[in-house]
Write a new protein. Structure first.
Length: 379
């Protein structure tokens, strides 16, 4: 089935998602992946960037479709780029994973006030920009950006919807890449790279049998705190967490783009909360060649000791946006949609939209079911 307004069908979408996940283990593939993404979306250029929060200076910037002289000048426009999008406060309010279109954020009549417009946007014939925040940390944030050439018409809903589908997968790939802290891996270096990583990493098959654990992974399992090895099988504390993990594993007939929540699986541990990020290995020849017996790699991001709230747990378990998490927190206390809207200072229609998305993501149908789900994860 072709997605409306694009040439993308489910198979092509899974191929794009697979290319994104290959970048988790080989960041050098980002340039080719961006080229495929912008081609599918009819954008003239694309960027994958990690910025410093204060100055907008790129720490990492991979581009596709940008002439070298324009790419070289990007670092000059850090503050101007931030202002073009409405300033630090506006950018900080953009929802993680939600595509933002410049013409919808700021009126086009305001654009010429910027040197970024006069010296970078206009000379390239760019008519509009799309950006999506992938991660936002204290000191930096990661984003993906696209530019639309004037000859390709306005950015429409189909492109926004497709980027919205891809964003969680890019988020997972970026998170895993940061945990490995590598430039690239090969079949020959994969095991050594895993063993050298400070992050606990477990390779599992379709039945959650542990095929390999790195040193940090062995240490974590030996603590018997949140994650356990039972007769060689990886076991999580609750059935819902185990089901979420199984939903992320490759199975016959399941395409990679249809895998479970890319946001991670939250666990409460005595030593502090952890989030599991799962990278499927079977869908890509590159990833499959790295560990032929394994179906997936499980990366365990361990945080400092603190109590994990039900909202945090559900957000990580089901890939909830911050706005959806806030609505869930209100509903979990017994508030009606109207009461939740008043508490959060948003419209009733907006609250109902978030509630419908919560039902879809958590496979629930009534507010009472959401309340029971939140209560079950008050860890």
């Amino acid at each position: 089935m072709v997605l409306a307004g694009t040439s993308i069908d489910a198979t092509a979408l899974s191929r794009l998602v697979g290319m994104v996940y290959d970048c988790a283990l080989d960041p050098l593939r980002w340039e080719d992946t961006l080229a495929e993404l912008r081609g599918a979306l009819r954008f003239s250029n694309a960027m994958f960037t990690i910025w410093t929060a204060a100055s907008g200076r790129p720490l990492l910037n991979v581009t596709s479709g940008i002439a070298p002289d324009y790419a070289a000048r990007l670092s000059e426009f850090g503050p101007a780029i931030i202002e073009q999008w409405g300033g630090p406060a506006a950018i900080g309010a953009f929802e993680i994973g939600e595509p933002q279109v410049l013409s919808r954020v700021r009126s086009a009549i305001e654009w010429p006030d910027s040197s970024y417009f006069h010296e970078w946007i206009a000379p390239q014939g760019i008519s509009d920009l799309m950006a999506v925040a992938i991660t936002r940390e204290r000191d930096n944030y990661c984003s993906v950006g696209f530019a639309r050439h004037v000859s390709d018409g306005p950015i429409g809903g189909a492109e926004i919807d497709l980027v919205r589908l891809l964003a969680p997968h890019i988020r997972r790939a970026a998170a895993i890449s940061r945990m490995l802290d590598i430039s690239a891996v090969t079949t020959a270096t994969f095991a050594a790279t895993l063993d050298a990583a400070p992050t606990p990493i477990l390779l599992v098959d379709e039945a959650l049998e542990i095929v390999h654990a790195n040193r940090s992974g062995h240490d974590l399992l030996s603590e018997d705190d949140g994650l356990r090895e039972v007769r060689g099988r990886l076991v999580l504390p609750t059935p819902s967490q185990s089901q979420a993990l199984e939903a992320l594993l490759p199975h016959a007939g399941r395409q990679e783009s249809g895998l479970g929540n890319p946001g991670g699986i939250a666990l409460q541990r005595r030593a502090g909360p952890a989030v599991l990020h799962v990278l499927p290995l079977r869908y890509s020849p590159f990833r499959a060649s790295l560990a032929p017996r394994a179906a997936a790699a499980v990366f365990v991001a361990v945080g400092p000791a603190r109590q994990l709230s039900a909202g945090d747990a559900l957000a990580a378990l089901y890939g909830l946006t911050p706005a959806e998490t806030r609505v869930l927190a209100a509903i979990a206390t017994g508030a009606t949609p109207a009461e939740a809207a008043r508490q959060l200072g948003v419209g009733l229609g907006t609250t109902r939209t978030h509630l419908l998305r919560l039902f879809a993501k958590t496979s629930t149908h009534r507010q009472a079911e959401l309340m029971r789900l939140a209560a079950s994860l008050s860890l």
